[in-house]
Design a binder for this molecule. Sequence first.
Ligand code: C2E
Ligand code: CA
Ligand code: CA
Length: 709
Amino acid sequence: MGGSRRQKNKHVAAPAFGALLDASPDALLAVSSEGTIKLANAAAARLFGYTRDELIGSNHWLLLSEGFRNETVHLREHLRAQPGEPLPPREVYGLHRDGTEFPAEMAGSLLDDGALQLLLVSVRSTGHRREADADLREAMSLLTATLESTADGILVISSTGKVAGLNDQFLKMWGIPPEHMDAASEDPAMSVVLSQVNDPEAFLARIAEVTDNPAAESHDVVDLADGRTFERYSRPQKVGNRIVGRVWSFRDVTPRREAQEQAQQAMRDLAAQAEQLRTLAFQDPLTGLANRAVFNEALAGALLEPRLKSVDVLLIDLDDFKEVNDVLGHQAGDDMLVEVARRLRGCTPTADVVARLGGDEFVVLLTACPDVEATAACIVRCLNVPVWIEGTMLRPSLSLGLASIGKEALVPSELLREADIAMYAAKAAGKNRFLRFHPDMMTALVQRTELEAALQLAVARGEISVDLQPIVSPRMGRVVKFEALARWDRDGSRIPPSVFIPMAERSGLINEIGTEVMAQGLTRVAAWLSEDPSRSLSVNVSGVQLQAPDFDERVLQLAEASGVAAYQLVLEVTESVFFDADCHVIGQLGSLRKAGAKVALDDFGTGYSSLGRLQDLPVDIVKIDKTFVSMVRTGSERLPILSSMINMAHSLGLTVTAEGIETREQANYLIRLECDSLQGYLFSHPEPGHRFEHALTNARQALDTLAGP
Ligand code: C2E
Ligand code: CA
Ligand code: CA
């Protein structure tokens, strides 16, 4: 050292030794082996607050705070023992003249000036540095506290790939046992992480990518197998401009994502609901056709449109749909409606609107249709094609009313009403057809309404009477039964039962009429019945009557009042009564049967029911409908349907009556099939009460000619 200084001194004028000492920024003191200060520079005087004169000659302990006073002794000993190895500066506390203590660094060397052995001590206050250290410590603790209190999991990896730091949250988030991080390798911790992420490959790829590119920042989302979602953020860790590692932070955003998803789902639900409400407002849910509201609006719109040459409304009502519902159930009914809707749409591809108005009623709106009658005919034809529903073949049939306007403007409700009237006319004309509205139909409608009003008074006015038709037993060769049939004579003309019976059923009047028919019939044949207990009277009973809870009692009372035993009574019902939901229908018939009355299944074979159902019904007699009898023409044809009906009924212990026998061929055919009873014009037409004997004679005569050769 001294050598180098001398070399420099060649160029610079050597200052005086004292001046040199005073120029030193560090305090310099020369201390004797006894501890006396022999020399002090200006910096020393400044640092400790004494004058140089005060210092020189004083013990240097004066300048060191207690506890550090031996430092100079240690220093001297060390320098003596190992002169070639200077000690690094030692930390001490200096003592200012004013009594304050201050941190300082102390270094020293021995000045060998003969025997004295002066220790040259340099002292530098480190107070400024301590402050900086304290700041650093505070910053560090703040950082640590922040790290530990943040919800993010943080991992710091050094440039050499070692874990340089992490917080507890990081371990908690990933469920990594802390000992995994203390281990020599990070592999176990990494495998814990990888085992949880949905896509480990992508997870690793991102790490590799940023590791290759130390300055890169990255941000991605990591989905975990347990359903959580982490946001992963990575940025380089820098000291100044130098990259020393990489900070990875993970944030659990699952609640945020779930909230977002919930919000999105809620939005979707809301949209779907709105959509559903919209379609519900305009659509028939069962068939997907438009609804009444849509039709009304479209019709009103069409009538306001001056350029339209024609507007046609086709009102459609299925025939006997109630029966499908009653017999086959509501599901079958629904299936049928859906199929009808499908066919309707197929027939009317150019229709403005095809709507279901409700129940089994549909409507089609056509504008500018070149041939609406052809379209109507097509609908009737297409709908009548058989369809299989719930294992039963059905032929949907419909009545269609057509109303159109050309140039003359009309109120929309009028057009629909006209179509409605035409539709009723089509029904009255025999169903399965279409009719165009004609003003005469209005008259018919008015008449119909009048008729309905008149029917209300028919019983009271004595307009209802009974015709009796004999039923013969070929085996016994005689009349065994009469069927009572209602008649209504109004103002000298006879209204057919096919008109007034359905009317009476709709209004409930059938209860009154049924009772009247039964009473008249019983009165008329009571005497004849009393002659032979095997004779009986048959009366028709509609489903509506069976709904009355006291029907059974009333029937038995009526029989008793006319002196007729219950077992001489037969109640004819059609099979649809068995499918009307409530079971007290069955109960009513059951109690009547218990009392001895018999139940006949009328019009057998015309309904939707199969032969197989027969065994489940509480009946004693089946009446084969005249449509089957009319199949017999020459008497030599093979009609397996007739023979199987009869055999089936017999095997179930039922007796069989064939209705509508008009010819000898038919009678003989049925006799060959061992049919128990026969009824029809061949034997006698239904006759009014005063011609009772006449009917009996006719029937006997007809039977006799059959018995002949
Ligand atoms: P239904 O019970 O099937 O009655 C038999 C129908 O066939 C009667 O018609 C009868 O006149 C007719 N008929 C009898 N023999 C022959 C024949 O050889 N050839 C043809 N073509 N027809 C024949 P009607 O009297 O017009 O009665 C029609 C329907 O009205 C009855 O059919 C029945 O369902 C109903 N009805 C009649 N009277 C009553 C009643 O008092 N109460 C109820 N609920 N319905 C009744
Ligand atoms: Ca009958
Ligand atoms: Ca019948």
